[in-house]
Design a protein around this ligand. Structure first.
Ligand code: ATR
Length: 282
């Protein structure tokens, strides 16, 4: 029941109708019994600045930020935490007592938590990683991998200059490659990540021979529609452990929930995955 004490949070994006975050957070709210609500907010880029000013004044405690605002929103924040600054994008905002707009980024956290949940023995200091893509998602993942002190990252992107800029921005043991000779480029890597939009419903498919990866490699995709992408199917053919992208979405939501509603979100488990999948497949 919504009443005068209901805590308000939400997600801003354009278009917002594909966002799965309202389903996720409202599920957590009902499980925890918190008097709160999480609302999808369809905010056009031309209204972004104004909306951010208004939301705390009408009682919102914070919002998630999704496409296409994740980078532009940096211009309108009062406080940006150092991690979000390094990543160059924000996905979680909390409003302060005096309506300050405070931004952080939990995408890298979500990525790592998902990886650790399904590949608990992944050994970061020894890991050689191949990361495909240099867009917004890749920025967060790359930063989290550098912070985990992995031994080497091979950053592969169609547009080399974009990957070089990203490698420079983040810094660390990163080498940049094009898609050419990909089989050779990923040789010996024990973690292969697709952080491009390829393989997503409506986007071109892609897959390539992965036999040059290390024997016990883990292969993961940020795409979760479909849940098992052609990229993951290819990895399964070679017997590699695969991790789909749904878990990253679920895990990245937990810190925001805690910030806005003051309670830790329930753990990400099979039941939650099933609940989220019902909407994705339906
Ligand atoms: P996001 O913020 O979700 O990461 P993005 O910033 O648009 O989205 O980045 C998309 C990524 O997918 C980029 O790495 C992009 O490569 P470019 O930097 O060369 O554009 C990659 N990508 C998208 N379509 C692609 C395609 N057809 N072939 C190769 N890479 C593609």
């Amino acid at each position: 029941m919504i009443n005068g004490s209901t805590v308000l949070a939400g997600v801003i994006g354009w278009p917002i109708k594909y966002s799965q975050s309202p389903r996720l957070h409202n599920k957590w709210l009902s499980v925890t019994g918190i008097n709160g609500v999480y609302i999808p907010l369809n905010i056009h880029p031309s209204n972004l600045k104004e909306s951010l000013k208004v939301l705390p004044k009408i009682g919102f405690s914070g919002v998630n930020v999704t496409l296409p605002h994740k980078e532009r929103v940096l211009n309108y924040l009062d406080i940006i935490d150092p991690l979000a600054k390094r990543i160059g994008a924000v996905n979680t905002i909390r409003f302060g007592k005096n309506s300050e707009i405070i931004g952080t980024n939990t995408d890298g956290f979500g990525f790592l938590q998902n990886l650790f949940q399904y590949a608990p023995t992944w050994n970061t200091p020894k890991s050689e990683v191949a990361l495909l893509g240099a867009g917004g998602a890749s920025r967060a993942i790359l930063t989290s991998l550098v912070d985990e002190k992995v031994s080497q990252i091979r950053l592969i992107n169609r547009t080399i200059s974009r990957a070089e800029r990203l490698a420079n921005d983040v810094g660390g043991p990163i080498e940049v490659f094009s898609w050419k000779n990909i089989r050779k480029t990923i040789e010996g890597c024990d973690l292969l990540i697709n952080a491009t939009s390829l393989g997503m419903k409506g986007q071109p498919d892609f897959a390539f021979p992965m036999d040059s990866l290390a024997k016990r490699a883990v292969v993961t995709d940020i795409v979760y529609t479909p849940l098992v992408t052609p990229f993951l199917k290819e990895a399964q053919k070679f017997g590699f452990k695969t991790i789909d992208g749904l878990g990253m979405l679920l895990h990245q939501g937990r810190p925001g929930f805690n910030l806005w509603f003051g309670k830790t979100a329930p753990l990400v488990d099979k039941e939650l995955r099933t609940y989220m999948l019902e909407a994705l497949e339906g």
